[in-house]
Design a protein around this ligand. Sequence first.
Ligand code: CA
Length: 347
Amino acid sequence: MKKKFLAMLMASVMVLGLAACGGSPEPAADGGEGEGDGGALPTVGVLIYKYDDTYISTVRNALQAALDGKAEVIMQDGKGDQATQNDQLDVMIEKGVDVLCVNMVDAKAASGVVDKAKDAGIPTVFFNREPDTEVIKSYEKAVFIGTNAADAGKMQGDLVKKIFDEHPEYDLNGDGKVQYVMFQGEPDNPEAIARTQYSVEQAVENGVEMEQVGETQVCNWDTETAQKAMEAMLAANEGKIELVLANNDGMAIGCIAALSNIGYNTGAEGANFIPVIGVDATDAAKDAIQNGTMSATVLQDGQAMGNAIAAVALNLAGGADFLAGTDYSFDDTGVAVRIPYAPYEGE
Ligand code: CA
């Protein structure tokens, strides 16, 4: 790839030399790749765990926009299947992409990706779904861009405290405790586990007594799955649920649909209301908060994530250090960049 690039650069230097006659183009040394010098754009291969995910759609649109005119982008939809993603990886390596940006379907399969990328000498930016730190560290050209998984949960826990302080009437049975239901994304996903754990722990730390109703509902981040599960929960426990905590807004929206079917959280004056707190700040969640059918969410800034992935990928394509010329910094692992969350209760 390097050779091919040099050959192309030499060719364009020769053309320039003829045309500009006496101009002194820079010697064909390293650097300058991706500066839009016509035909010499680096190729960035992007593997997405699945296109059908609202937050990830925001990230990939932002990434695409940030790379526009600076790189040739090949993007593939893993459709939630790791075997499919592995095949897509092989094709990208065969095509000789300059950088890989990988949103793992199954973060536990990342060592296979690292091994292949390392063999091919292709720098790799993992993002969103986090491989083990040791896996990232096993390849000097690998890096991770994500969030701090604990933070989203802690912010949900802070929102629980704030919301119940402001609305003591949400304690429907007046026992001073918050009876809650929990909707988890996936059983083994570190981000999901952390949100489930820290949301409750942080609320307790804030002095809120928390009491879970029923089992944790694992709904694969999915709106419809969550709606069905919430319908079943409500059928068994109507009147006993005082709070819905969901690992993402997709599931929160499903819960609100189930609630509104029985006359709760309709946004109408005087309607019964149970606070629902999600994560992501998707457009649907922002609308729900605006309409008074949802309480709050935690902003996962997909735009900022996409911009960060693009900046690091372009650095790697140009042979520069991961974070050269950016405001980002590594966390204490030395191989991960964390994009911060923020609580969101409406504009
Ligand atoms: Ca209560």
